[in-house]
Design a protein around this ligand. Sequence first.
Ligand code: GLA
Length: 737
Amino acid sequence: MKCKQNLFLFILFFFSLTLCAQEKQKRIEINTRKLSMIFTVDNSNRIIYQYFGKKIEAPNSTFFNRGFVGQPDSQEDLAPLMYPSYGGRYYLNPALKLTHDDGVLTTDLIYAGSDSKIIDSNRKETIIKLKDRLYPIYLDVCFISYLKEDVITQSVKITSQERKTLKVENIASSYLPVHAESYYLTHFNGTWAHEMQQEEEKLKHGIKVIESKKGVRTAQAQSPSFLLSLNHMSQEDYGEVYGGTLAWTGNFNLSFEVDESDRLNIVTGMNPFASTFSLSKGESIKTPEMIWTYSDKGRGQISRNLHDWGRQYGLAGGDKLRPIILNSWEGAYHNFDEKIITDMIDDAANFGVEMFVLDDGWFGNKYPRNSDAAGLGDWQTNTKKLPRGLPYLAEYAIKKGLKFGLWIEPEMVNPDSELAKKHPEWIVQSGKREILPMRNQWALDLSNPKVQDFVYETFDQVVSQSPYITYIKWDANRHLDNVGSTYLAKDKQSHFWYEYVNGLYKVYERIRAKYPNIEIQLCSSGGGRLDYGAMKYHNEVWASDNTNALDRIFIQYGTNLFFPAMATASHVSTSPNHQTGMMLPLKFRFDVAMSGRLGMELQPKDILGEEYNVAKKSIEDYKLIRPIVQFGDLYRLVSPYNGTDWASQMYVAKDKKESVLFAYSLNYHGRTTFFETRLKGLNPEKNYKIIELNKKSGKSSFPNEGEVFTGDYLLKIGIRLNITDAFASSVLLISEL
Ligand code: GLA
């Protein structure tokens, strides 16, 4: 009897313990309108990564630990942690790797509290604090949730209170565990004039790494932006997709590891390559932000979330319409004088262009910038080419009704320049090794505060010459190799990669504090820099030096998966194209450029006869559709990658009253083939009238032009266009009645 009683008491005790443990299970939730990210604290004070995905409307009072099931390891041991460090039983690619001051290689992080604060009605910050179980190491894992845009960003700050030096060998921005039947990664590769080329692959067991070690132009060959689709290849309008993009303008590393339990472990952050960071007592280091979003309705929604977020938080002046620009580069290169430029401004004004940008070639006297071989670093106006200086040109443009902008490349220097002779110690160099040129130039060492001052002052001096210089194209035309710094101490050389980017950001901060309204274009040989870390200080990006409209369809498709059209500078250039030699109709070139921030990059005098009217009319039409393209929602209809040789997309105004559709034929399709597509994003209950803009020889490619359709019809049945010839195209304006 006694024995039974004891058993009963034991069972009661056991259940109350479990209940107690369940009640006590600490849960941290980060929510947006449609997403939840959930962590719990387990009995040994570790933070378990429970979930990130579609919003959990009614969470359980307890969560189980989603670990590896089976022997010899226990499920508990291998549950995914919020921020896994190397140590304990963790055997996968960790987010954190430290060497402590006594030589110990492992770290064991436990929960040390959390804080949250409402930033405003749309944003909440949640900081989860971690500390090592034995060592005085403290981490703040910081999340900012953006309610309306369904975006969550994550960054990490580590502080050491160890007596001697703590070595931080790897500190990622985020870790995400996902469990599904299969995983499909969409990532982007490229090279100069061929950036943001999409590739999608099924992830197998082992690690797939996407990374850059180039320091500058880090997004040229690989991109820090990706999509991860669950269970099938990513689709436009259905299926679960994660979108991730690292806001870092330096080396990055994204690792995707499918482990032995078929779980996918994603670690994203700065590249730890040759970057061990030494922290003294009381010092901290902060990672860049990893930007996450998720959709259970395909990749289309991922883009729309990021575009909304980007316009509001991710780029400068995201609430202002972008002007139509004529850039001098492909029209004049380095070969111009004042007359050539003022003539270009006159012609631009006649076309209805709103800003003139003087590209490379305007500076350098002792070493004139007449080619890319000399002058970089000497930011004084070349008095031979432009005797009356920049203020004269800027004022000239203003009088003609155009704004004025300029090209600079302040991080770089030609060996043939006054600057290189004066400050050889400012150049990135590895001890006594040869300093390798790239495009005839060296890079300045932005880890050095004196170089930061120089870069800031270059910008400041250039723009303060005239109140009419209101736009800067900021270029950076090489990557970093053979790196090292004469400024950093011997034992801090591995801080170089980090300090270069931080130096760059410090300069941008100073510039933006003084010049919040100057428009700045992010350019790095076109598309070499494409990340939200840099975008934050810029209004737009030059997505590629390749201005060939056909190639631009692919490059802009990749770019616009993550970055909005308003920030994608897209210029009409001459035919045959200077990069590819390809000849394309002017209408096609305009119709492609109009799907981003329209500009021209050619000698306007070369546009003659009927082409003159096409150009003028296109510019006029763009002004009509500009608010829809720049502020609207992007709906992709046909991907250029799907092998049909068509491409099409729509922009729909937020109130769904107006939308614009672009359709392109990328090849000849045969006489009996038509382009057919259903429309997206419209209101099924409204009526819409469709007219074609910029018609070819006044003839519409849409046989039902001018007719009225119900939204329901357009969404379910769609339209048919006669654009079967190679490089035929169509732009339709769809307006609610
Ligand atoms: C880079 C840019 C171009 C142009 C040239 C000038 O290549 O990407 O657009 O500005 O530099 O040298």
